[in-house]
Design a protein. Sequence first.
Length: 177
Amino acid sequence: MGKEANIASHKTVEALYATCFRQLVAFLRSRFGSGPPPPEDLAQSAFERLLTARELREDASPKAFLWRTATNLAISSHRKNGVEQRNLPQFAVLFTDSEGCHRTPERVTEAEEQLDKIYKVLTQMPEKRSSAFLLVRVDGLSHAEAAAILGVSRAAVSKHVAKATKEIAGLLGYAEF
């Protein structure tokens, strides 16, 4: 059968479920909202994947696997369901100047067009790059927190965020973002 791997036992999953399910749901709700899909469904799916995982990386913890899997499920679901349209008004705030300039219909339309461009660029990026960018730049996580969720090194997160930022800034015609 090959090299032995860390396989999540039913007892391990039950213990994690008892101690972490509510934490995971709260994390998903804070990062992705109430749905759709509901954070409870995403968390449940992550636990199911942990239970059916044939093997985990030797250095991966089951808890980190849960957070990374739930985050990836949420990101994939949002992409598939077009939830980005629902979030456009929330992100329009990003396009006001530091003096809090009034949002005219023209400014809002321009911001929505820029967000559409950004979304298209993000969906064309490798998944880890776009996920790292969203976790750090939108959700406000540290590079270390994003690294734990994505299952990559902190340096990899830094590189992904830098590349994504450069692509988005180039698209919008900014020297920096």
